[in-house]
Design a protein around this ligand. Structure first.
Ligand SMILES: [Fe+2]
Length: 743
């Protein structure tokens, strides 16, 4: 218990949305363990990099515009998924009972893991069917006293399908638990005398995947399929089946998880229709006990995907109550903002974005905050917070809370569950420690070590320094509104790592460019993973790390299709839409968080592109910067006509000098010597600064490196990287007709 408390951050919270237009309200959900009230105040974020070698943190206090004091209250966050069947609370089941399910356990835990329960802790009534180190375990309430528990003996094997059961047989004055491996093999059953005082019937909901009692959250890790209840004492439970097309004698309830796979409810095919609701987002669209391997998509054979994978560290909506709301004032300029929470020396800062008023752009430049990427990395625990890193965080006054120390807020799609399976969902409806100004990702010996939210303020700060007005929206806004959100802007800027896209957000960029828009892609490894979202599952992205790519984990075979939208997951490249088709460059190489530089290429002198390097006479570009010490680093994209780089695209500079940690991405490799493109592997270790004019009068400028924006502020914003971006924006901000004439 002390360990859990230690992991709780004294003052933290989240918002119900990441962006709002003037007039819209943002709700703030806060948990505070502190005694006194906390104060919340508005601020605008210009630069969130605490590195003293750079411009420093610039957060403009706007508490005169909004400030509020609220009493502290603790809002708990409980990890772990299960299915809650409230409708079962009124069910009366006083006679014989058989409880059965198919299970595929994935974690050997010291405590019991409950498959299905109906338990009233206050009355000590009900029953539970669990697994644990003693095998399959039955629990039956005896009212007031210690429950009857009995078990088969030894733990069952992991990652093996079993049918497990609990039979309560009042006529025989006995109860039994047992298991049988599917397809024959291990079978064991154990019985216990049923006490006269047994109270197996309880006024309580049914829960699949957990027994929830104060001080005992017995959550299941693994797959569960076809849980069912029969009002009889089965003599051959291993022979039970649940088939939507066949009547099951004595069936009280049976949940067919192959229905509504894209939703959060479960369907009971029994006579009482005891539907339930999934809590904390277990994984659906996973292979079940009947999976044959003949179909890879759950939509084509749903009964082969009738399992749900539960994890004791799943998280969806933390469900905290709203402490206060902020209505965006009409005159608040579009930009990056935050609400600063403060009390008793503790501070937390909750970012959000203010959009321009609907249909009324306030600038000719639009920045799209890569909130899908921020969310994919939400609470990414990297295991890199050693003493030296902590010392830097303290010395720089960086945000002190790292997911390495705080597993209690759930982890990222770059982490694994405790059972080793990849985390394929990320919710933003919880505190996200990585989505904070001053958050350091790496102990960067040559720079700041920023990524994502904070790294993208390198660009916002540069725009401010050049007095370039800029509206701001998020990936979610682009997904919701498409190209019409982008269309009013002469140019649209990405951040350092716009890696994750839905089909709709990808289409928005493609349509914008087709209709004459001008896109500036200021990152690396962008437009890479396909994600799914769903109105039925708010605040969540889903990613299946299928087949290829640089991956934190590998989706299981047969589980490459999203649950939320049924689409084939994985790389956009493997969905027929390589990044090169949109932005001219695509992922080619990755190494440590180290920056090198670009070398000017002959394309820089092409009359169509000579304006890009106007005023830049250097052969070497960007050999400085706050991200890894150089503008070309960490993750690198290159042009490749075979993957869709537009005809006539011009490479004006290419990076070089990357260290020994850099490798070619796996999707480009056929063997250790041969690549898909036919070039030598070493030749693919590069980023290409690429410019392409498009048939519809549009244009795209791409830098192909995550660390590019870290170089913008060098030498008081007077440097060749800064000059190149200024040249591009000066050009792209001109009226459209002019570009067409020049083109
Ligand atoms: Fe990434």
């Amino acid at each position: 218990m002390a360990g859990r408390l230690a992991a709780v951050i004294p003052l933290t919270g989240y918002t119900d949305r990441l962006s709002a237009v003037p007039g819209e309200r943002i709700a703030f959900k806060v948990s505070s363990t502190l005694a006194g009230p906390y104060r919340a105040g508005l601020a605008r974020v210009v630069h969130a990099d605490p590195n003293p070698a750079g411009p420093g943190v610039r957060i403009e206090d706007l508490s005169h515009r909004f400030s509020i004091e609220r009493p502290s209250r603790v809002q708990p966050l409980h990890l772990g998924s299960y299915a809650h069947i409230d409708a079962a609370a009124t069910l009366r089941l006083a006679g014989p009972l058989t409880v059965s399910a198919l299970v595929w356990p994935t974690l050997a835990a010291g405590r019991e893991q409950c498959v299905i329960s109906r338990w009233d802790e206050t009355a000590r009534e009900g029953w539970a069917l669990s697994i644990g180190s003693r095998g399959v375990i039955g629990r039956i309430g005896v009212g007031g006293g210690e429950a009857l528990t009995f078990a088969t003996g030894r733990a069952i094997a992991l990652r093996t399908w079993y049918r497990v059961w609990l039979v309560i047989d009042p006529a025989a004055e006995a109860a039994r638990v047992g298991y049988a491996a599917l397809g024959g093999g291990a079978r064991e059953e154990s019985s216990a005398p049923l006490p006269a005082a047994a109270h197996a019937d309880a006024v309580a909901p049914l829960i699949v995947g957990a027994r929830l009692a104060p001080g005992a959250r017995e959550l299941f890790n693994g797959k569960i399929e076809d849980p069912q209840l029969l009002a009889l004492a089965s003599h051959a439970p291993e022979a039970l089946v649940l088939d939507p097309l066949l009547p099951v004698p004595g069936l009280v309830a049976g949940w067919d998880f192959s229905q509504h796979i894209d939703r959060l409810d479960i369907v009971d095919i029994g006579p009482h229709r005891l539907g339930g609701r999934l809590v904390n987002l277990p994984t659906r669209a996973v292979t079940g006990a009947r999976w044959t391997g003949r179909e890879m998509c759950w939509r084509h054979a749903p009964r082969e995907y009738a399992a749900i994978h539960f994890h004791d560290d799943d998280i969806h909506d933390a469900g905290w109550a709203t402490d206060f709301e902020f209505t965006v004032p009409e005159d608040l300029p579009s930009g990056a903002y935050l609400m600063r929470l403060q009390a008793e020396g503790h501070v937390d800062e909750l970012p959000f974005y203010v959009r321009p008023p609907l249909g009324r752009p306030r600038a000719d430049v639009l920045f799209v905050a890569s909130t899908y990427t921020y969310q994919a990395y939400a609470n990414h625990a990297r295991g890199n917070t050693d003493d030296a890193f902590r010392a830097r965080i303290a010395a720089w006054g960086a945000t002190p809370h790292n997911p390495d120390d705080h597993p209690d807020y759930g982890r990222s799609t770059y982490n694994r569950h405790r059972d080793g399976s990849g985390i394929c969902y990320s919710s933003r409806l919880r505190p996200v420690l990585t989505f904070r100004p001053r958050y350091l990702t790496f102990l960067d010996e040559r720079g700041s070590g920023l990524r994502h939210y904070s790294a993208d303020t390198h660009l916002l700060d540069w725009l401010e320094a050049h007095a370039i007005a800029c509206d701001v929206v998020t990936d979610e806004d682009v997904d919701a509104e498409g190209a019409r959100l982008l269309a009013p802007y002469r140019t649209v800027l990405t951040g350092s790592h716009p890696e994750y896209h839905t089909e709709r957000s990808l289409d928005a960029y493609a349509d914008y460019l087709r209709d004459g828009g001008r896109l500036v892609y200021l990152g690396g490894n962008g437009f890479y993973w396909r994600i799914a979202t769903s109105d039925a599952v708010p605040g969540v992205i889903e990613v299946r790390r299928a087949e290829g790519g640089i991956r934190a984990w590998e989706a299981r075979v047969g589980e490459y299709y999203h649950a939320l939208d049924g689409a084939y997951g994985g790389l956009w490249r493997r969905n027929g839409r390589p990044p090169q088709q949109i932005v001219g460059v695509g992922f080619s190489a990755q190494g440590l968080f180290e920056g090198s530089s670009y070398r000017r290429q002959p394309g820089a002198d092409d009359p169509r592109a000579a304006w890009i390097l106007a005023g830049v006479d250097d052969a070497i570009i960007g050999d400085f910067g706050l991200s890894g010490g150089g503008a070309a680093g960490f993750e690198l994209d290159r042009a490749d006509p075979a993957l869709g780089t537009p005809a006539g695209a011009i490479v004006v500079a290419s990076s070089e000098g990357h260290g020994p940690s850099f490798v070619v991405v796996p999707e480009e490799l056929l063997s250790h010597l041969a690549t898909v493109s036919g070039e030598r592997p070493a030749r693919l270790l590069r980023a290409d600064i690429t410019y392409a004019e498009l048939p519809g009068g549009g244009a795209v400028f791409s830098v192909g490196s995550i660390t590019f924006c870290g170089s913008l502020s060098h030498n008081h914003y007077d440097n060749n990287v800064s000059r190149i971006l200024k040249n591009v924006l000066d050009r792209f901000r001109q009226p459209r007709q002019r570009t067409a004439l020049l083109g």
